[in-house]
Design a protein around this ligand. Structure first.
Ligand code: SF4
Length: 366
């Protein structure tokens, strides 16, 4: 499908949404049948310090701000153990971008812990989570190729949201004006380097942050281009901006649920062979529509920890999500943080951990 065909679909009015959903749902069914998946996880916000200032973010803190926090390895261990107890398999390492670049006190803190960079500390955290029995998936923002290479043996997969490829959002007054790590060219470079390293990788689009419909299509097409070249993008997240009272973009209009559903459907039709995912906690009233729009995965859901990026949005109860899926004719199954089609790519040193986690989540799915 070319850009103008995709744009035409993305301009489908609400009154004609049904036929778009029908086509997208059929494309998903051809790919993955009547099966929807999720990854039982613990969310480990290794540090909420960040050198960027995205205008929609409530997660980041400066070192002196209330709530600023870098987890200790003991805390990583404790939360990971709880996750194993509750039959999770994914340890999501999610954190701010390279805070040591701008905060000397944090740099000192890292040194006291025996490392120089956040990426090195994340490596230590991954080892702790692995030793507890979980499978790490790291999303640490922009990483160098060397850092990814270092983290690869302790991660079954990694991730970086592309978000949007228009450089317009870096301009003054826009969502990424204060976020050098959101420079699209740098993120594209990291996605390509992850492909060169053959790391099973998660990316996605963050919609509703000031981009146009044309720019949404450009972003999806760029994801398609990168995946066609390297084949490593194991899933594409379609996520929407949410307004919150304490963000710079507090007055920015949110996309309506049906507009997100329409974008999911277009993503499915543009990327028919991909795993397409929408986080269920951000659109609690649209689960059935999201299924009709062609998702085949709900992403990570935690019985242990909140979504630290969107703390106001609780995870759905798995049983209630299972019932919703059943109403649409789908069965819900737990999956590993690396999709089955990428298991051969995982570092051989993680094979035993993968096997044990597969056995653990088989009980969740039963
Ligand atoms: S969204 Fe990510 S990169 Fe942007 S400020 Fe928040 S933590 Fe930092």
């Amino acid at each position: 499908m070319n850009a103008s065909d995709a744009l035409r679909l993305l301009q489908t009015p609400l009154t004609e949404l049904d036929s778009l959903l029908q086509a997208a749902g059929e494309a998903r069914d051809r790919r993955s049948g009547k099966r929807l998946t999720y990854s039982p996880k613990v969310f480990l916000p290794v540090t909420n310090l960040c050198r960027d200032k995205c205008a929609y973010c409530t997660f980041r803190k400066s070192p002196r701000e209330a709530g600023a926090k870098t987890m200790t390895l003991d805390e990583i261990k404790e939360v990971s153990a709880q996750g194993v107890h509750l039959r999770c398999s994914e340890a999501l390492m999610c954190l701010g971008d390279r805070p040591e670049a701008v905060y000397p006190t944090y740099q000192e803190h890292l040194r006291r812990m025996g490392v120089e960079t956040t990426a090195e500390y994340v490596y230590e955290a991954c080892v702790v989570a692995l030793n507890q029995g979980l499978l790490p998936h790291t999303n640490a923002g922009l990483l160098t190729k060397t850092e990814m290479e270092h983290l690869r043996p302790v991660n079954v997969s990694m991730g970086l949201m592309l978000e949007q490829i228009t450089p317009r959002l870096r301009e003054r007054g826009m969502a990424h004006a204060g976020a050098p790590d959101k420079e699209p060219a740098l993120r594209i470079q990291m996605l390509e380097e992850a492909g060169q390293l053959k790391i099973p990788f998660t990316t996605g689009i963050l919609a509703g942050i000031g981009e146009t419909l044309e720019e949404q299509i450009d972003t999806l097409l760029e994801i398609d281009r990168i995946h066609k070249r390297y084949g490593h993008l194991q899933e594409v997240i379609v996520q929407t901006f949410r307004a919150k009272p304490d963000i710079v973009m507090r007055d920015h209009l949110e996309m309506e649920d049906w507009e997100l559903v329409r974008l999911v459907a277009v993503a499915r039709l543009l990327l028919p062979d991909m795993n397409v995912q929408a986080p269920p906690n951000l659109t609690p009233l649209a689960h059935r529509l999201l299924i009709r729009a062609g998702i085949n995965d709900w992403g990570g859901i935690s019985p242990v920890t909140q979504d630290f990026i969107n703390p106001e949005a609780p995870w759905p109860h798995i049983e209630s999500l299972r019932q919703t899926c059943a109403l649409e004719g789908f069965r819900l199954e737990a999956r590993l943080p690396v999709y089955a089609e990428y298991l051969d790519w995982v570092d051989p040193g993680l094979a035993l951990s993968v096997q044990k986690n597969a056995e653990r989540i088989a009980h969740v799915a039963a």
